[in-house]
Design a protein around this ligand. Structure first.
Ligand code: NDP
Length: 450
């Protein structure tokens, strides 16, 4: 029998890699996890967590404005960017410590360095070659930038989370999750924000009503959306600013250029070719339903496989991998009706099919409601919430549920359980609402949209 140094080596200590490593160790496997940056990975160190802390921090600006309608006076305290960044960094240090402890307590050995496959069972790290019966690749993704002149002047979300000062004027290129979330942060904190999108509307792939509704809200908040344009060049000015040139329209001058034009799987320099691991046409590691690559003992989970690039999905894939390999229960992660949220201001949350997707599958009824949140009857804020239910005409099942508005991520998480359970519109209607809330609208929509 061949003896290996470990039962499992995981390359990448992000959400998926840490979860899989810990759970595998819990079954008695000897596990090592290799990380080249910070334990916790994109979500905890460079993504979801620091971003959400900045969303919280920036949203106070809207709360102070809103409070005036409720009798508060002169509610505009000073804001210090560096204090927010310092507090955020302190929290990330704390979380990283927790991750180290979780791994240690689970008996997982952490190795800092870049892991590289040098064989089907061998991984090189810091000049040492270690062997394992099974290898799990969980190296995540990294921002991608188009090749245009001057692109070296642009930052990505990685740097935007750690800027030394708050930019007076910022151009954010892209209209996806990251772009609209950062547009909201910088806008609320007082920057002049220009969002540059090549499409007509932000958030391609989301339900059209949410896309239109969010775009209108962003504009009302003062975010300048330049749609239907492409950036052709970026030039640094002598005064330390940057000029963006477009394929149509006049150039734009800003103090910071941020690109949020998508992310690519982290597959470079990890030895995929040496081990013979195949990638798909988009450069992601190709896997089967059980996250197994074309090599029998090598698996891959999370963003490096470019399936649904969300932390909770990577966690589910990590758990399914452990069930499959260490618990003798082949399990495919369930990717149906995965809820997600965009932490724009206001946020969007969604589960199930968009109207566009549902129509393609058969006849549907649509229930849609647009209203002003009760809070804004006194705050005076001109902000619309939108809710939408998409119902299968034949089965009465709710196929999709979408919301733009305050607290939508918190509301949709609960609704996602009902959708996952196959709830019908009649069951939504039979549910008694909680009054007065925005959420109750989901159980009181009776009028089909014509
Ligand atoms: P997305 O894929 O969501 O959006 C990319 C955006 O960039 C689109 O608007 C796209 O435009 C635009 N774009 C792409 N290439 C170019 C180009 N060459 N020039 C101009 N615009 C371009 O990517 P993100 O970077 O925002 O996020 C990456 C992934 O991270 C998401 O898909 C998501 O899975 C995950 N994520 C999830 C979050 C959450 O759950 N809250 C938060 C942040 C990230 P077009 O529409 O025209 O193609």
């Amino acid at each position: 029998m061949t003896s290996y140094d470990y039962d499992l080596i995981t390359i990448g200590a992000g959400s998926g890699g840490v979860r899989a490593s810990r759970m595998a160790a819990g079954t008695g496997a000897r596990v090592a996890v290799i990380e080249s940056l910070r334990t916790g990975g994109t979500c905890v160190m460079r993504g979801c967590v620091p971003k959400k802390l900045l969303v919280y921090g920036s949203h106070f600006a809207h709360d102070f404005e809103d409070s005036l309608g409720f009798g508060w006076q002169q509610a505009k305290p000073d804001f210090h960017w560096t204090k927010l960044i310092d507090a955020k960094n302190k929290e990330l240090d704390r979380l990283e410590g927790i991750y180290h402890t979780l791994l240690k307590n689970a008996g997982v050995e952490e190795l800092m360095g870049k892991g590289k496959l040098v064989g089907r069972h061998e991984v090189e790290v810091n000049g040492r070659i270690l062997s394992a019966e099974t290898i799990l690749i969980a190296t995540g993704g990294w921002p991608t930038l188009p090749e245009i002149p001057g692109i070296e002047h642009a930052v990505t979300s990685n740097e935007a989370l750690d800027l030394p000062t708050l930019p007076k004027r910022i151009a954010i290129v892209g209209g996806g999750y990251i772009a609209v979330e950062f547009a909201g942060i910088f806008n609320a904190l007082g920057s002049e924000v220009h969002e540059i999108i090549r499409a007509e509307k932000v958030l391609r792939g989301f339900d059209d009503a949410m896309r239109t509704g969010l775009q209108e809200e962003l504009i009302k908040k003062g975010i300048q959306i330049h749609n239907g344009v492409n950036v052709t060049r970026i030039e640094a000015t002598e005064a330390g600013a940057f000029t963006l040139g477009f394929d149509v329209g006049a150039p734009l001058q800003v103090d910071l250029v941020m690109y949020a034009t998508g992310r690519a799987p982290n597959t470079q320099g990890i030895g995929l070719e040496t081990a013979g691991v195949a990638t798909n046409g988009k450069g992601a590691i190709a896997v089967d339903g059980f996250s197994k690559t074309n090599i029998d003992n090598i698996y891959a989970i999370g963003d490096v496989t470019d399936r649904i690039n969300l932390t909770p999905v990577a966690l589910a894939e990590g758990m399914a991998f452990v069930d499959t390999v260490y618990r003798n229960t082949p399990t495919a992660a369930d990717r149906e009706n995965v809820a997600s949220a965009v932490f724009s201001q206001p946020p969007i949350a969604t589960v199930g099919l968009t109207e566009h997707e549902a129509v393609a599958q058969g006849p549907i009824d649509v229930y849609e409601s647009s209203f002003t949140n009760m809070k804004h009857s006194l705050s005076g804020r001109d902000e619309k919430s939108i809710m939408k239910l998409i119902v299968d005409q034949k089965t009465d099942r709710v196929l999709g549920c979408h919301m733009l508005g305050s607290d939508s991520p918190e509301i949709i998480q609960g609704i996602a359980i009902a959708v996952k359970c196959g709830a019908t519109k009649a069951q939504f209607d039979a549910t008694i609402g909680i009054h007065p809330t925005a959420a109750e609208e989901f159980v009181t929509m009776r009028q089909k949209r014509v």
